[in-house]
Design a protein around this ligand. Structure first.
Ligand SMILES: Cc1cc2nc3c(=O)[nH]c(=O)nc-3n(C[C@H](O)[C@H](O)[C@H](O)COP(=O)(O)OP(=O)(O)OC[C@H]3O[C@@H](n4cnc5c(N)ncnc54)[C@H](O)[C@@H]3O)c2cc1C
Length: 386
């Protein structure tokens, strides 16, 4: 059963139709058929990423002259939702490339862009975005990875954990402490002194490889510095709003997949001589979920438009969209498992995978609590209080 027309996407105008059609067709052809098998024997689906690059689905908001699609944040939201409807891990790769691609497009030198950005958008190389450490997750002030100035560049020491693509990436943007504060470095992961410490075994999104990176006296040339020394925190956080909008889109795609599966099951499965969906106890949770999905989509589209307009309140709007859509998709996945009954708990049925894939959305790219902190600080000024 297709998702009911008019609900699939909400208030975006006709100018977003070509992107929505492109991602819908791509997902149907390349993502949906592969999702179950990638999850069951987890692997990095490089062949899908090469197809995505060929279809122009990396670097959605990166200017066309730099190799991106030159589209809007609104289009990026639709791409993330559409890919995640097929498989969240595929959308997650799109989101990662968007973050690193935006950093390179906005702060890279022409040489850095030539070396990293073009091949990244062509899926010839893969990236990682490395902030988190054992003592620095929600609170990045705890970062201890250090880059010391040396006569011929920098020497990098430290360890990052929970890094998406760490086991497979060719380079990483690494946030490290320097004399002037925090700075970002472009680190080729085949450099002497770099090690990929482990690969995590995750609850869900198993097509995404996550692991650690250790740097032991890694020598970096001067041109490894991205932007200005000391600007690292501002650089990395400048793309966080976009990242949160992306996770909102990814969460909405998971919601749509959960709702679609639940509605199909409610129609096709019978008990006590009639479809289970004839019981309001089954049908009403689906109705609530689709209403929340639509509310979340409108919230996310509004945040995307604010981002496209460069408005000051865009980061808060993106936090609201991420908070709402991620918490909703966890509820919707749970609902789909219940509607499927025992089958919802069995590998091979979509709700079982979505239930695991959805859980991380309220944690990465800033936990729900951190989003609430951002939103409440926007509303409530307690700076004068003791
Ligand atoms: C699958 C996966 C992929 C990831 N990918 C990346 C990546 O590519 N790059 C990267 O750098 N990181 C990545 N991360 C790390 C992720 O961003 C962090 O796990 C996340 O930001 C939370 O940090 P933490 O795990 O240290 O939790 P903590 O910061 O220890 O938080 C623990 C709990 O305390 C709460 N808490 C903390 N402070 C407050 C507060 N002030 N008020 C209220 N509650 C609070 C949190 O909300 C949370 O519930 C990834 C993590 C996972 C699991």
């Amino acid at each position: 059963m297709p998702f009911p027309a008019g609900l699939e996407f909400s208030a975006a105008g006709d100018d977003s139709r070509p992107v929505r059609d492109l991602v819908r067709d791509f997902t149907a052809k390349h993502v949906i058929p592969a999702a179950g098998a990638i999850d069951e024997s987890p692997r990095f689906p490089a062949e899908i990423y090469r197809e995505m690059a060929a279809a122009g689905l990396f670097g959605i908001t990166v200017p066309a002259e730099l190799g991106g699609a030159g589209a809007r944040a609104l289009d990026y939201l639709h791409v993330m939702e559409g890919l995640s409807f097929g498989y969240a891990s595929i959308a997650d790769q799109c989101g990662l490339v968007e973050l690193v691609g935006t950093l390179l497009a906005e702060h890279g030198t022409p040489a850095q862009r030539e070396r990293y950005l073009r091949p990244l958008l062509a899926a010839e190389i893969f990236c990682a975005y490395a902030l988190t450490e054992a003592g620095a997750g929600s609170d990045l002030r705890g970062i201890t990875t250090r880059a010391k100035a040396a006569p011929d560049g920098w020497i990098l020491d430290g360890e990052k954990i929970f890094i998406h693509n760490a086991p497979v990436a060719d380079f990483a943007t690494v946030l490290a402490r320097t004399d002037d504060g925090l700075s970002v470095f472009l680190v080729d992961l085949d450099r002497c002194g770099v090690s990929r410490t482990y690969r995590e075994h995750k609850m869900g999104q198993r097509g995404s490889q996550v692991g650690g990176l250790a740097f032991d006296s890694v020598r970096l040339p001067p041109e490894a510095l991205l932007g200005e020394e000391g600007d690292g925190f501002a650089l990395m956080t400048s793309v966080l709003a976009r990242g949160r909008l992306g996770v909102a889109g990814l969460s909405l795609g998971l919601s749509r997949a959960a709702i679609t599966a639940a509605a199909e099951q409610a129609e096709s499965r019978s008990a006590f001589g009639r479809p289970i969906g004839a019981n309001q106890a089954v049908a009403f949770p689906v109705a609530d979920a689709v209403t929340e999905y639509r509310a979340g989509f409108l919230l996310a589209e509004d945040a995307a438009r604010r981002l496209d307009q460069g408005r000051d309140d865009a980061p808060t709007a993106c936090s609201m969209a991420k908070l709402y859509a991620s918490e909703a998709c966890v509820r919707h996945a749970n609902m789909a498992v219940q509607v499927f009954g025992g089958a919802g708990y069995i590998q091979g049925y979509v709700p079982e995978r979505i239930y695991r894939d959805a859980r991380i959305t309220t944690i990465y790219e800033g936990t729900s609590e951190i989003q609430r902190l951002i939103i409440s600080r926007w509303l409530i000024d307690t700076r004068g209080a003791h």
